[in-house]
Write a protein that binds this ligand. Sequence first.
Ligand code: AKB
Length: 332
Amino acid sequence: MNRILVTGARGQLGSDLVMALRHRFGATRVIESGRSAPSENSFLYEVLDVTDHNRLQAVVDQYQIDTIYHLASLLSARGEHNPDQCWHININGLRNVLEIARSHHIKVFFPSSIAVFGPHTPKLDTPQITVEDPSTMYGVTKVTGELLCHYYADRWGVDVRSLRLPGIISYSAPPGGGTTDFAIEMLKAAINHRTYTCFVRPETRLPMMYMPDAIAAILMLMQADPATITIRSSYNVAAVSFSAAELATEIQNHLPDFKCDYQPDFRQAIADSWPSVIDDARARADWGWKPTYDLPAIVKDMVSKLSPTPYPLLHPEAQPCSPPPLQLSNPF
Ligand code: AKB
C-alpha cells in the first residue's frame, strides 16, 4: 500500500510530482512536506526540516510512510553561496532519510544531477560510468549522495532508486537557484517582455528535460521491477540538449520580436563544467526509459501554457511568471 512522503514538496519538481502522485495513487496517500509554513489551502502538508532526524521519524510514523521521494536540496548556483548549508541539507538530510528507510523498510527516490560530472568528464555522450569530478558543492553532495544510496542498497538492502536529472523545464512552480534556470527565465521573459539577458553564453549547450518527461521517468523508475534495477547509485537520463542560442531561435519561431542578449556571470563556469549530451542507454535498457518532448515541442507547450495568463497557482506562494530573480554575486 502506498503511503508516500515528498520532502521539498514545494520546489519546482515537487510541485508537479505531488500532483502526479496524487493523481495516480489518490490524494490522501501523498503527504507534502517542506520547511515553509503551511498555506491556507495546504492539504496533508507537514512542516519538516529533513536535517531533523526526530521530526522526520515522527512524520514517517504518524502517516506509516512506505515510500519517500526525497527532493529537499539546495541547487548548484545557490549552493555556491552557502556551501556549508548545501552540504548540511543535501547530505545530512539524505542520511536521515536513508537511515529511516533502513529501519522502516521504506522505498526511496533520490534525485541526483548532471552536476555530478565535471571538467574531466567526457562532454558528449557522457557514459553511465565515467569520471565524476564536480566543481560545485552541489555536485559534491550529489556524488556523495549517489555513493550513500549505493551503500545503503548494497549493505542494507534499502530499495533506493535515483536519476541524474538534467535541467528541468516547467511552468507550474519557479526553479530554485540552479544553473540551468536560464531556459525557464528566457521563456518567461520572452512572453512577458520580449527581451532577456542570458547569464550564459549563446553556445552553452546543456542537457534539459520537460517536466512531463521528468515525472514519467521518476514514476517509471519507481514502479520498475526491482530485478531490472542494475544501478543503485543513479541512472543517467536524457531527453534533449540545446544551446541558449538555439532556445532563443526556437522561441523566435513563436515570438518573432523576441530579443536575447548575453552577459555571462559566475554560472557560466558551472555550465562549462557540465556535459552537453548524456548517454542514457542503461536506463533505456533496464526499465524502458524513452523521452517524449523535443525542443520544438517543449517551447510550443511552454509558450501556450505561459500565455496569456501564466503559471496556474499550485500554491499561493508560487508566483506566476515572476519568481524573484536570483541576485547572486560571483562566489568564486
Ligand atoms: C541546477 O542547475 O543546479 C539543476 C541541476 C542540473 O541539477 N537544475
